[in-house]
Ligand binder design. Structure first.
Ligand SMILES: [Zn+2]
Length: 307
């Protein structure tokens, strides 16, 4: 059983408050860990909520507003102090490389591990990261500085064959692979078994999309079609729609509209403006458009599944 989990570390907007941290999330899939944004305090949130991140090798930074990366140099330093040896790859806007290198240089720090920078400007529809089982892509968001969203997709799973049938018919292993890929099977008596008779469909592949920060932009939907879970920023409520579009952020209803139009299964809201001590108003507004909406809660880990 595949295990895709999302830990929300911060769900607040630009200004941190006593009850809200800036953006940061840890996505975990079968031994792989991906940090998405790293606002100030992200490390502390990981420690506070006892979320292990030893397997972290890849970090994705959406854009260079401070509330999405001010925690990065701290995390890089901590890895160094702990004697990390394995490389760390950072997918981010190109300018971040110079910023981080300068910070390391002025503190005369030579890291004992390799820090690799991959510039988001260089990717279009190419995956940032790919394995046999999944890939991660970026796509442009509509914000006041260049900004990217990220989508994680598990690759389609093979069909499953009835184990008893394999044993009864003594099907050779190379045939089993073909059947899983969709071939029919002909036994020694010349009887044809259609693929649909001897296999069952696998479960639907899991997926997760991250959209923060962005104004309402219909063109986002084509990149995040049918995702299992969508995290979308909801900085403002409906009464502030004009402010939202001026500041290139979204309202809760707009986030819900993106979830609806992309046929997402579930929507998680975040990046709440500090003015909302209780973001329930945002939840209520979003649910009118997309009922399967939830507020992200800091420190909570969500299992991403097809229900
Ligand atoms: Zn921003």
């Amino acid at each position: 059983v595949s295990n895709l989990k999302l830990s929300v570390l911060g769900n607040g907007a630009a200004v941190p408050t006593a009850y809200c941290n800036p953006s940061g999330q840890l996505l975990t899939f079968e031994g792989n860990q991906f940090l998405i944004d790293c606002g100030e305090g992200t490390q502390m949130q990981l420690l506070k909520h006892k979320i292990r991140y030893r397997k972290l090798e890849n970090i994705f930074i959406s854009h260079l507003h401070g509330d999405h990366y001010y925690g990065l140099i701290g995390l890089i330093s901590t890895f160094h102090l702990y004697g990390r040896e394995k490389p760390l790859t950072i997918y981010a806007p190109a300018d971040l490389e110079e910023l981080i290198k300068h910070q390391l240089q002025v503190s005369k720090t030579t890291l004992n591990y390799e820090l690799r920078f991959m510039h988001l400007e260089n990717y279009n529809d190419d995956p940032l990261f790919e394995s046999d089982d999944f890939y991660i892509k970026s796509f442009p968001l509509k914000h006041s500085v260049p900004c990217w969203g990220f989508v994680f997709r598990e690759k389609p799973l093979l069909r499953k064959i009835n184990r008893e049938f394999i044993e009864n018919k003594k099907i050779p292993s190379e045939q089993i692979v073909k059947i899983k890929q969709g071939s029919d099977f002909v036994d020694s008596d010349g009887v044809t078994y259609l693929n649909s008779q001897i296999t069952i469909a696998p479960r639907k592949s899991l997926s997760y999309a991250y959209c923060s920060d962005t104004a309402y932009d219909e063109s986002i939907t084509k990149h995040i079609k049918d995702v299992t879970l969508l995290y979308h920023e909801a900085t403002f409520d409906n009464s502030m729609e004009t402010v939202a579009s001026e500041k290139l952020h979204s309202t809760a209803s707009q986030a819900a509209q993106i979830a609806k139009n992309s046929n997402s299964l579930k929507l998680l809201l975040g990046h709440f403006s500090a003015r909302f001590k209780d973001p329930k108003v945002l939840l209520d507004e979003a649910r009118k458009v997309f009922p399967n909406t939830f507020l992200s809660i800091e420190g909570r880990t969500y299992l991403i599944e097809n229900k």
